[in-house]
Design a protein around this ligand. Structure first.
Ligand code: MIC
Ligand code: SF4
Length: 642
């Protein structure tokens, strides 16, 4: 049988189930990555499972998000993570070593393997030919405890790349912006995107990784490129030749869907506020004055990107009214740039160099001014994510962003008469792993260091049979986890303290939500389409659960958030008839009876909107495991019974 690349890797990792789209399957997992903002929860939950050592061959715990140390909270979390890594057998990547996805690509990703990560951009490693999937912390704790992951087999969509990126000022970022323009933030839901076609050979591993990274914004489960001679070259340059294997689709393999992109016809693109699929050509948007330009993030911070950025800045000055920041993706990139003189070029241009970390991407510093216009080479421009509610964030490729920083207005760099040296990845990277601490062989003695901000993970009571409560909030389509549980430097340090962070649920769109939820003893949320898109942060489920949210009734759900809701015992109901969404309002009293029986047998379930006097049919399509978890009140209770 002819197989596509996704089918090959799933077949090699299949533990149980039928590899047909929509079927529940279990796969073995080769690698796990965690990052600090989600990692503390994942390790607290792993600890609660009482398993002496991780059951996955390679686990790496990174610190890259909560980097500002304005009080004890973030550094305490770093120590907790370093000690849990030592205790449970994980590698530890120290703060300052870089963004998890960039470092993982450089030092750990292996073609043909399966990686799970507590971060939605885990698919970055798809650029190396891995099946790399993001999930919530509790799911990852379960993976670390069992070595396997359960998932509904997604459909596979082929994106056939033709031609090459031969137009100046067009980069890999424009490929994925074009895909977003065509498919939207819901276009990848339930799918894995496999890249193929002759254009693949023309892209370096880090260019491929930029594309798979931002495939997350399509709602896709993951994205993947084949592993070929370019992959071999990259691994050789990282002194990891032995990790290479060729893996690609059979000729004439079949796909559920296909899309063609001609690389040679792409133009510089830009995503306007407040969604990554709100894409235009840069030339259609020229003229707007810019307050800030930020280069970096897990999408665009490779050596190749940074060298090209420095070539544009050489001998030039950032516009007087514009603040430009540059964050290399890893210490490897940073150190190489320092040795090769690029740091002095950037310093001389008046740009500000930040440490290798997420930084402005997650509002961990560098928030724009009031009503500020910020141009970023990042992957998300959701409202308020930068830390400034009124800011307008645009996303474009790093070369275009750099040209804009020089001019201080949105401009088409093709009209700017600038020198640009487009760089390739080098023959040899500088290898210095002294910020990666290897797992300890005898770890039973290691003491876990727990600061006062690290609180126990709350657990829900088993599911009630009947609920009668209020609609706490009604929201529209494409609500992000940044809307539900905002990030930024003031809230992120509370990630290990659920009672404290729960005060900020929906804070940016409804300041009184937490107060109201507590006063009313909990309730339900009404969501639109693609509810919970974006990050893997389970706090967007855990904190509402803590406030008494019992169910979310939505038009549809994003994959990771739906799992997180189930893991914390919140039932994800969908409307059977989409138009019934209109019949619900904030403040309505609703009643749902016989939920336990329904989950057990999958019979009919009706929501009665008592305020409106209407009955509304709703549904929850669940696997057997998911309904057991919901009945138990969440994964932690469910696991204790197994
Ligand atoms: C993000 O880009 O939104 C984050 C911050 O990396 C999140 C994880 C988190 O909220 O900690 C993600 O993408 O999963
Ligand atoms: Fe970090 Fe931003 Fe990437 Fe999330 S998207 S991992 S915050 S750089």
């Amino acid at each position: 049988m002819r197989e596509n690349l996704v089918e090959k890797i799933f077949r090699e990792h299949r533990v149980s189930g039928n590899l047909c789209p929509g079927e529940t399957i279990s796969i073995s997992v080769d690698q796990v990555l965690t990052q600090d903002a989600t990692g503390t929860m994942a390790y607290l939950q792993f600890e609660a499972m009482d398993i002496p050592r991780v059951q996955v061959p390679l686990v790496v715990s990174y610190v890259d998000h909560n980097m500002l140390q304005t009080d004890f909270k973030n550094p305490d979390d770093h120590l907790f993570l370093q000690s849990t890594a030592a205790r449970y057998g994980a590698y530890f990547s120290k703060p300052g070593n870089g963004i998890c996805h960039q470092v993982h690509l450089e030092r750990f990703a292996v073609p043909g393997q399966v990686l799970l990560g507590t971060d939605s951009h885990t698919p970055t490693a798809g650029g190396m030919g891995m099946i790399a999937i993001g999930a919530g912390g509790l799911d990852i704790a379960t993976v670390m405890a069992s070595g396997t992951y359960e998932i509904k087999m997604p459909k596979v969509m082929l994106i056939r790349l033709m031609g090459k990126l031969n137009r100046p000022w067009v980069t890999a970022m424009d490929v994925i912006l074009e895909v977003l323009r065509r498919l939207s933030v819901r276009g990848g839901v339930g799918k894995i995107i496999e890249y193929g076609g002759l254009g693949v050979d023309t892209l370096s591993v880090t260019e491929r990784a930029a594309i798979t990274n931002m495939g997350v914004e399509l709602g896709a489960t993951t994205s993947i490129f084949p592993s070929d001679e370019r992959t071999k070259k990259y691994l050789k340059a990282q002194n990891r030749d032995k990790d290479w294997r060729q893996i690609k689709a059979d000729e004439d393999a079949s796909y559920d869907e296909e899309l063609d992109i001609d690389l040679s016809r792409l133009e510089p693109l830009i995503a306007q506020p407040h969604s990554p699929d709100n894409v235009l050509k840069v030339k259609e948007l020229k003229g707007q004055k810019v307050d800030q330009v930020c280069i970096g993030s897990c999408t665009n911070s490779s050596y190749q990107v940074m060298k090209s950025v420095s070539s544009i800045l050489r001998g030039r000055t950032v516009a007087p009214w514009c603040s430009m920041t540059v964050s290399p993706g890893s210490r490897q990139v940073y150190e190489m740039m320092a040795r090769e003189g690029d740091m002095s070029t950037i310093i001389a241009s008046g740009a500000r160099i930040l440490e290798p970390a997420c930084g402005p991407c997650i509002g961990m510093g560098q928030s724009p001014p009031t009503n500020g216009i910020s141009i970023r080479s990042f992957n998300r421009n959701f409202k308020g994510r930068s830390g400034t509610d009124s800011a307008m964030i645009y996303l474009c490729n790093p070369l275009v962003a750099t040209a804009i920083a020089l001019k201080g207005v949105i401009a088409d760099p093709r009209e700017m008469n600038l020198d640009l040296v487009e760089t390739e990845e080098p023959e040899r990277f500088l290898i210095n792993d002294n910020m990666i601490i290897s797992p300890f062989p005898n770890s039973e003695e290691v003491q876990i260091i727990r600061g006062p901000n690290i609180k126990e993970v709350p657990v829900k009571a088993p599911l009630e049979d009947d609920i009668c409560c209020a609609v706490l909030i009604k929201v529209g389509d494409n609500i992000t986890t940044d809307d539900i549980m905002p990030a930024s430097s003031d809230i992120l340090p509370l990630r290990s303290n659920i009672p404290a962070i729960s005060e900020f649920v929906f804070f940016r769109i409804d300041r009184d939500f937490a107060k109201r939820a507590k006063k009313m003893g909990g309730g339900v949320i009404i969501g639109g389409k693609n509810y919970g898109q974006g990050s893997s942060r389970e706090h967007a489920a855990l904190a509402p659960m803590y406030l008494g949210v019992k169910a979310v009734i939505a038009r549809s759900f994003a994959r990771i958030h739906r799992s997180n809701l189930i893991n914390y015992g919140i039932v994800p109901f969908e409307f059977q008839n989409d138009e019934d969404y209109q019949k619900m309002e904030e403040g309505d009293t609703i009643e749902i009876k016989g939920i336990r029986k329904y989950l057990g047998t999958g019979g009919d379930i009706t929501l009665c909107n008592k305020s409106k006097g209407v009955n509304i049919p709703i549904k929850a399509i669940l696997t057997a495991r998911e309904s057991e978890i919901l009945m138990a009140g969440g994964v932690l209770r469910w696991i204790k019974r197994h």
